[in-house]
Design a protein around this ligand. Structure first.
Ligand SMILES: [Zn+2]
Ligand SMILES: [Zn+2]
Length: 207
């Protein structure tokens, strides 16, 4: 499989390879082993061997098409932690062997007003979610972390401190940040009260 992609450095050929994943073919089917395509890292990409992936309630809603719009096969998972196994030639923030993580978003247009303000989640073209979004490289849907590896632009890859328990770190990538972000935004600290509006995907972090 090969597609062409226009980048800031010109048109590049994007190749893909098959990797193993757990996915579902239909809303009423269970997850089962399937093969998916992952691109061969382009110059700004980081290839991560996935060691842990949290299970978010969004994964279940999407797998079962409860929010509608699920494209099958569907491979959920957006609480990804792993080890860098290869990097593109322009990658500067990661090297082979680093611990790395990927959350709910893997790409965006990079050019609109929101992307330029580091608010890619509000991208005018719509951000590229880690699964069930149009893949900007391969033209398929994106596939999540219930898989052996993932390839993501370094701008959307997070560093994981070496001393952090990797399994415990995985839920930080969705439930953790979703809880932490409003606490930080509203300066919640000692002496202030906060409430959890009850969304399931906050899980234990909301309490
Ligand atoms: Zn989630
Ligand atoms: Zn944008």
């Amino acid at each position: 499989m090969e597609t062409l992609k226009t980048t800031a450095e010109g048109v590049i050929a994007v190749k893909a390879k098959e990797v193993r994943a757990f996915g579902t073919e239909a809303p009423d089917k269970t997850l089962q082993p399937i093969k998916i395509n992952r691109r061969i890292p382009t110059p700004h990409d980081v290839e991560i061997e996935i060691l842990y992936c949290g299970v978010c309630h969004s994964d279940l809603h999407t797998a079962r098409n409860e929010w509608h719009g699920t494209v099958y096969p569907c491979v959920p998972g957006h609480e990804i932690v792993g080890r860098v196994v290869s990097v593109g030639k322009h990658v500067s923030k990661f090297k082979v062997g680093d611990h790395a993580a990927v959350g709910c978003m893997v790409d965006s247009c990079r050019e609109c007003q929101y992307c330029k303000e580091d608010l890619e989640q509000y991208c005018e073209e719509g951000n590229t979610a880690t699964y069930n979004s149009p893949d900007r490289h391969l033209g398929t849907q994106t596939f999540g972390g219930y898989s052996e590896s993932v390839v993501v632009d370094e701008a959307f890859v997070l560093r994981v401190p070496e001393n952090l328990d990797l399994a415990a770190a995985a839920p930080l990538l969705c439930a953790g940040i979703t809880t932490y972000s409003p606490l930080k935004h509203w300066n919640v600290g000692p002496g202030k009260k906060s409430g959890d509006s009850g969304y399931w995907w906050f899980g234990a972090y909301g309490r």
